[in-house]
Unconditional design. Structure first.
Length: 118
């Protein structure tokens, strides 16, 4: 909630993507889906799907990233985001092993907040 508050106050920038919107659209719970789309409205801009994203995501899957994770990473890289926030432990662990390959750091939101305070 603190991160969303910072975004709504203009203290940090949130980027959406076609990939994220597509994934949210697939969520089986209509109430949760609506809540996620409401949060997504805070994004100041969105990265459109581009063939470069598909190519990069395909490469990332060869490193062990799951399809959607690879697409999110490739979208974040294409948008030149300064980080990708996730609570997915598997993604966090794999990204930590691939820091030399990734151009965007992957962080847990708590870790990101801690870095902002120090």
């Amino acid at each position: 909630m603190q991160i969303l508050e910072s975004v709504s106050q203009g203290e940090c920038l949130m980027i959406s993507s076609d990939v994220l919107q597509w994934e949210i659209q697939k969520h089986p719970d209509p109430e949760k889906r609506a809540e996620l789309f409401t949060m997504l409205r805070l994004a100041q801009w969105s990265i459109s799907f581009h063939p470069d994203i598909a190519v990069r995501a395909e490469f990332l899957t060869t490193l062990g990233f799951r399809s959607f994770d690879a697409l999110h990473l490739a979208s974040a890289e294409k948008s030149k985001a300064n980080c990708l926030l996730t609570t997915d432990d598997k993604l966090l662990k794999l990204a930590a092993k691939q820091t030399s390959i990734l151009t965007v750091p992957v962080m847990n939101p708590v870790q990101w907040i801690w870095n902002q305070l120090t």
